[in-house]
Ligand binder design. Sequence first.
Ligand code: CS2
Length: 486
Amino acid sequence: MAGKLNNSTLTQLPAAVKVPAYQRQERSRGIVHIGPGAFHRAHQAVYTDMAMAFGGNWRITGVSMRSATLKHKMAEQDNLYSLVVLDNEPYVQVIGAFDSVLVLSEDREAIMAALTDTDTHIISLTITEKGYCLNSNGELDTSHPDIMHDLANPDEPVSAIGLIVSALKHRFEQQLSDITVISCDNLADNGKKLGKAVTQFAQKLQPGLAEWVTENICFPCTMVDSITPATDEALIALAADKLGVEDAWPIQREGFTQWVVEDSFSGPRPAWDKVGVTFTDDVAAFENAKLRILNGTHSTLAYTGILLGKETVFEAISDSALASFIRRLLSEEIIPSINAEGVMDLPAYAEDILNRYKNRHIRHLLAQIAWDGSQKLPFRVLNTVRDNLKSGHQAKLLCVPIAAWILFIAKRARDEEQLVDPLADTLSGLAQQHQQDIQALASAVLNLPQVFAELSANKWFKDTVLSYVEVLSGLTQDNAGTVLGE
Ligand code: CS2
């Protein structure tokens, strides 16, 4: 193997490998991205890298809130990494958009300098649902330990919200308002929720700042989509084989990618429209469709698939009982809940998503999708339940993923396997407490207001989930068709 991926080997890669279509050293930073995880590097950073072919200084400074690993691995390869697209027409693309990755624990000053730089016009985020520190009403949870810390120590924030407010406070003092703050996470109304959390935090700190933010700073809503499994050893080996040099942290993704952005900016932006990004005045239909049709069925397949011993999305969607249940769930309860009149053909959109699940080149682990259920299910399933109950549509099939999630929690405790969830201590504690009584566990989980809010008091919802918990407790490969077909 001829060394590492870096600025000098970048010019010696195989001709088939796509490389940045601009001179990196001639471009400066314009974006600070908080949470430069795999999804950001497979999605927004790729759009930005390609948009720079149309000009502009849009290099990205990544800000890791916790781990320094990415910072050090990227620094060793001049902040280059490769995207391996695994589909019927696979390809490898080296992404040069990053100029550096910083980490809060080591680079506080440099991070604030980047956020307040006059040339920084975009702050974007992929911090996952839990990173916003919201309560079940979608508002800032001021009892969250990180928020409490940041309100008491506003110059040393540990939360993304606190960091953004600290940066905007400096920009307020310098009257630097030409910056847009963009959430790229799977939350309904992500930009609205981010903007509200930021102004709620600012209001507690400095009322004049909150008013300035409200009047000057845009928080556009977005819908983001591309299936991006976590990097594994197989990918690292595949990337090295395709590149001829070693990439310490390549990223893998399906061929499909979509980014829909509300056209609401308080400063300049990259030429994203020239590389396939959709700008619109109303993201809601795209967002609801994606969150409910893709993410809702993803979570359903994750929890029911794991109960049936499946490992990947491909295995789960290849199971006829699961596939037919997913189709029923979509046609009878999810699609009817979405108003996309004149925006998109929902049945066709859903069919495309099921076909994407059948991508045999992608090994997307159900266990990865199963993370953070307490944060994901409210946006992916519970809001659909609410809308269906409000409109008189049925919602019983939507209770299956909730019941399967509860059984998944019990299974994780029984198997003494880690439950990855911000509420892991609470959920695992309940599972231990009720390890002999699944109905008692289910009732206790359903009574968690931070997950279910007013649905905790909905007798029909709770009874329906409890009945599915009973039925799914006996789910096996042999009876899945019958159990899920009812
Ligand atoms: C997945 C998402 O891990 C998960 O929860 O449902 O990451 C999903 O792959 C993306 O939203 C697809 O765009």
